[in-house]
Structures are given as structure tokens and as C-alpha cells.
Design a protein around this ligand. Structure first.
Ligand code: FPP
Length: 237
């Protein structure tokens, strides 16, 4: 409505599924679906900047994805290197602040170096936090938080009674981020696939049959429209 500010969700998280099916339907290799998928990430970052969404978190590579054929894994790793290098400088100029969510263990020294470089040379102006879940697993994230907190207790720095939900949140990779308001999954499957398990406790879920390479600003607007129609009660009445 003109003259009336619409409050956007402050944090949108996306499970970008369907790249493989998109490619298969066109007789293309699966990596081609991922390549077009990476282009969509860039488009959606711009759409979020335009709409004033403050946080966007995308699921780019799970720890379970290592089980895929070697060729597909190295295709995604190559794309990630390309995306991180090519789009980082461009998006940084637009005020996109990059956050890596996930384990560093298991990633190649080359990718780790690129991720460190992005973290050290991040945008000064933080219009949008772009968090990329890469080598990520929700259960591993919670497990490492439990380990960190257990060692604080072991060292005598805190007592068991000091363990609160806030403390657990502070030990997750997403420590500085608000919980997602809206979780979008493309590709039609109704599951969360080990993504942000702790953080999505009260997120609104929106699933679309649209495959990720076909996702557009229009699809994002549909998701946000539906989000605005929902009544969030956070367990209350
Ligand atoms: C799921 O589709 C998608 C992935 C496992 C990879 C997502 C990666 C990208 C979008 C490109 C990399 C982007 C960055 C920013 C590094 P799927 O392969 O499971 O599709 P399917 O269900 O149709 O097989």
C-alpha cells in the first residue's frame, strides 16, 4: 500500500532444492542445475536488498551432501569458489555482509582461504547479512555447542544452572543472527533436512514446487505475502 511501510520478515532462510531435477528435465548434467542455482542466489540477494530484508540464510552444502558422487561434489565446490570470488566483491559494494555457517573441518585449504578472506574483508555497511550454510549440519551445530558449554562447566567457568536457551544460542554458528521468521523450501519436499534445527523452532514454513533454478523475485514475493497472512502466536493464544 502506498505511503504505508510493510514490515518485511527480518530473516528469511531458504532450502534451495531441485537443481538436479531442473537439469535432468533439460537433459543437462546436474552441475548445470547448480550453476543456474548459484545465479538465482545472486538475484535473490538483490531482491532482499531491494525489499529491505535484513538477513538471508541459504543452504548451499550440507555435511550429508559429501555422500553424492565425487563429480557432483567437486562441481559444487568449484561453483562455490566461483561464487565466493566473483560475487563477493560485487555484493560487498552493495552492503552485503557475509557469514559462514558450518564446519571448517573437511573443507579444502583453497575454499577455507577464500572463506577467511571474505570474513576478514567483509562489508563495512551491513545492509544485508548473507549467511551461507556450507558444510553444515544442524545436529553437528548443536553437538559442538553442547561440547563448548560442557567444557565451560568442566573448567568451572559456569555452573549447570547457568545453561539457558540464550547460552545455547550463543554457542551456535548463528550466534549473532536472529532466528528465521520464514523458512522457504523449493522443490516440493516437506522436510527440514537438518537445517537450522534449533533456530526454526517458531519459523513459518513455506514449501513451493518451484525448483530452485526457476525461483524468482515473484516467487519470493508469494512466500512473503503468505507469511504476512499468517498469525504468529509463538505458542501463545
Ligand atoms: C539441492 O538440489 C541443491 C544443492 C545440494 C546445492 C545447492 C547449491 C547451489 C545453489 C549452488 C552453490 C551456491 C553457493 C552460494 C555456493 P538437489 O541437487 O538436491 O536437487 P534434486 O532434489 O532435484 O536432485
Amino acid at each position: 500500500m502506498k505511503g504505508q511501510e510493510i514490515k518485511q520478515p527480518s530473516h528469511i532462510a531458504i532450502i534451495m532444492d531441485g537443481n538436479g531435477r531442473w537439469a535432468k528435465a533439460r537433459g543437462l548434467p546436474r552441475t548445470e542445475g547448480h550453476r543456474v542455482g548459484a545465479e538465482r542466489v545472486r538475484d535473490i540477494v538483490y531482491a532482499c536488498l531491494e525489499m529491505g530484508v535484513k538477513n538471508l540464510t541459504i543452504y548451499a552444502f550440507s555435511k550429508e551432501n559429501w555422500k553424492r558422487p565425487r563429480r557432483e561434489v567437486s562441481g559444487i565446490m568449484g561453483l562455490a569458489r566461483f561464487f565466493f570470488k566473483r560475487f563477493f566483491d560485487e555484493l560487498k559494494k552493495e552492503g552485503v555482509f557475509f557469514v559462514h555457517l558450518g564446519d571448517t573441518e573437511g573443507l579444502s585449504p583453497g575454499i577455507l582461504k577464500i572463506i577467511r578472506n571474505m570474513e576478514e574483508n567483509n562489508a563495512a555497511e551491513r545492509k544485508l547479512y548473507l549467511s551461507i550454510a556450507f558444510n553444515y549440519s544442524g545436529r553437528s551445530e548443536i553437538t559442538q555447542a553442547v561440547r563448548e558449554i560442557a567444557s565451560l562447566v568442566e573448567r568451572g567457568d559456569i555452573e549447570v544452572g547457568d545453561i539457558t536457551q540464550e547460552l545455547v544460542s550463543e554457542h551456535l554458528y548463528s550466534a549473532d543472527l536472529p532466528d528465521p521468521d520464514l523458512l522457504i523450501r523449493t522443490g516440493g519436499e516437506h522436510r527440514v533436512s537438518n537445517f537450522l534445527l534449533w533456530q526454526i523452532a517458531y519459523s513459518e514454513l513455506w514449501v513451493t514446487d518451484t525448483l530452485w533454478p526457476d525461483f524468482s523475485k515473484q516467487t519470493l514475493l508469494e512466500a512473503i505475502d503468505e507469511y504476512h497472512r499468517r498469525e504468529r502466536r509463538f505458542g501463545g493464544l
